[in-house]
Design a protein around this ligand. Structure first.
Ligand code: ADP
Length: 253
């Protein structure tokens, strides 16, 4: 369905998170996270609701300001106030549960607008790139459709194409399929799988345990703001060490 898997991603990022802390008021929701994501690695983050998964990924492009610790992307500490955060964000693609497409723009315009406004790419070139990315997520024939004319799954694939148009070296997914009807989930997971196989560095917050088992290089289990267990999918799903992970898996599998 997609052609992402035929195109290897040439440039990817690595991420080193050390002692990451985040408080909202008096409540500390990240309590010292250490996590390294290597070039081309796919890390799935699982855990109960409220454990801090979303806050963790939002800190990685500083949509949330950490209250402590460091996040180093390709050798640059992005928590440093002097860092050009817009330059960092232009390399970090993010896909949310809600697709956040512009309703008055067709798919092609949604995918090309960032190139034109942020990267100042001329219209014809931006549209060429956008069509290429729409083709990569299997939606070339929907270029002229508006979001309201697309299914939720198709809208989410447009949102992925929009992120890919910026040539990210790191992709963050925050429950990208949670808002979708069950029959539409697979198409989005297929695109994410192709992207992983193409070599993209990915941090994926997900409730899709099958996806984590099949696609993750490493699975991180969070609870109450800390990483309780991390390891390859076989270890996490077949040999969970802690009672907390064992009872979580008993509920979700
Ligand atoms: P998860 O993604 O694992 O469900 P979140 O990162 O969304 O967890 O949330 C972790 C905790 O932080 C929750 O208790 C949530 O209510 C709280 N939280 C998240 N965002 C905010 C915010 N902007 N203000 C106050 N509390 C927040």
């Amino acid at each position: 369905m997609t052609n992402l898997d035929e195109t290897a991603i040439a440039v990817t990022s690595s991420v080193e998170i050390r002692g990451l802390r985040k408080s909202f008021g008096h409540v500390e929701v990240l309590r010292g996270i250490d996590l390294t994501v290597s070039n081309g690695e796919v890390v799935c983050v699982i855990g109960p609701s409220g454990s801090g998964k979303t806050t963790l990924v939002r800190c990685i492009n500083r949509m949330e300001e950490p209250t402590g610790g460091s996040i180093v992307i390709d050798g640059v500490d992005i928590t440093d106030r002097k860092v050009d955060i817009n330059a960092v964000r232009s390399r970090v693609g993010m896909v949310f549960q809600s697709f956040n497409l512009f309703p008055h723009m067709n798919a092609l315009a949604n995918v090309s607008v960032g190139l034109r406004k942020v990267k100042k790419v001329p219209k014809a070139e931006a549209e060429r790139i956008a069509l290429d990315r729409l083709a990569a997520v299997g939606l070339r024939d929907k270029a002229r459709a508006r979001p309201s004319q697309l299914s939720g799954g198709q809208q989410q694939r447009v949102a992925i194409a929009r992120a890919l148009a910026m040539d990210p070296t790191l992709m963050l997914f925050d429950e990208a399929t949670s808002a979708l009807d069950p029959e539409l989930v697979k198409g989005v997971l297929n695109v994410m799988t192709d992207l992983a196989r193409a070599g993209m560095t990915m941090v994926v917050v997900t409730h899709e345990m099958g996806f984590a088992q099949r696609v993750a290089d490493r699975v991180v289990f969070m609870d109450k703001g800390v990483i309780v267990e991390a390891g390859p999918p076989e270890q996490i799903f077949e040999h969970p060490q802690t009672p907390r992970l064992q009872s979580f898996l008993a509920q979700v599998l």
